[in-house]
Design a protein around this ligand. Structure first.
Ligand code: 5GP
Ligand code: 5GP
Length: 271
């Protein structure tokens, strides 16, 4: 686990203690909708692999995490926490507040490190206009996580907590799946390493043969669960254009400098 500043450790421990010991939450009919929106069934924690994502970087800007030189991320970073339905669909842009950066100002340092935008493009917001990656994720997905989260701060803090608790990069590292520009790893081995650690199967998205995203799924109380339950969804995962081949790579991080040249992030960046 990466070193945490003390201000973050306490809330992390407090938050993680509770959900891990209780059985999966069941949808309550009373609290099951918010302004007519059907309550979601489970959470998907979407992680992205900078080694794959940053290869596509063609230009830099101060907010792009791919452009931090040797400080560019060399671990899975957060894409978002997405409330989903069991049938494979998901709600988006639900009722709720617009993103307010002030509400999460105490989390900004951690978010910049573990939930950086890996792009200069400004995503669309639900109510018009463009905003930050965090604003997009809160408005598109976070607002649909009612009644588990009723405000932005709880959503972002819990995403960080869950991300630290289920440290995918170190699980893969410990199993010998280390970033490499030459090695290919069996997809089945990677999935087994994650299943052994978390007792639930992930979903993996590739770009060609490189891992681009990795999803971990959770019940509403953040107990791990399999990402694919229904056979239709499993078939979809295997046949989808973004499904992975039998052998996949986990490319080393590259950093695109302001001069447009790509360089390898130094090996001393801890996993
Ligand atoms: P893509 O088409 O690149 O897979 O996904 C585009 C966007 O659709 C994602 O960034 C995310 O906002 C949304 N999305 C894709 N797959 C899922 C999913 O399984 N659950 C949820 N909630 N959103 C998804
Ligand atoms: P999603 O696909 O999650 O609905 O939307 C992601 C949006 O945020 C896209 O418009 C994308 O261009 C932008 N974006 C900004 N930074 C990132 C990033 O680090 N990863 C991804 N996947 N999209 C990002």
């Amino acid at each position: 686990m990466p070193p945490l500043t003390s201000w973050l450790v306490l809330p992390i421990l407090v938050l993680l203690a509770a959900p891990a010991t209780t059985p999966p939450a069941r949808a309550s009919p009373v609290a099951s909708s918010f302004d007519g929106q059907r309550e979601f069934d489970y959470f998907k924690l979407a992680l992205q692999w900078p080694g794959t994502y940053c290869k596509r970087t063609r230009s830099c800007c101060p907010t792009n995490g791919c452009c931090r030189g040797s400080n560019s991320p060399a671990v899975f970073t957060i894409h978002g926490l997405w409330p989903d339905y069991n049938d494979g669909s998901w709600p988006s842009c639900c009722s709720g507040s617009s993103f307010d950066p002030k509400e999460i100002s105490t989390l900004t340092n951690a978010l910049e490190q573990y939930w950086p935008s890996l792009s200069c493009s400004k995503p669309s917001l639900c109510h018009g206009g463009k905003g930050t990656f965090w604003a997009h994720e809160w408005e598109k997905h976070g607002t649909c996580s009612y009644p588990v989260f009723r405000n932005e701060y709880d959503y972002f803090l819990t995403v960080l907590n869950v991300y630290f608790k289920y440290n995918i990069t170190s699980v893969l590292n410990d199993a010998g799946y280390v970033p490499s520009n030459t090695e290919k790893y069996p997809l089945g081995g990677i999935i087994s390493a994650i299943e052994n650690a978390f007792h639930a199967s992930p979903q993996i998205v590739c770009s060609k043969d490189s891992i681009e995203e990795l999803y971990l799924c959770f019940y509403k109380n953040f107990q791990p669960r399999d990402c694919a339950l229904g056979s239709d969804i499993k078939i979809d995962m295997v046949t989808s254009k973004k499904s992975c081949p039998k052998y996949v790579s986990l490319p080393e991080s590259v950093s695109v400098g302001y001069n447009g040249l790509q360089s390898r992030v130094s090996d001393d960046v801890a996993l």
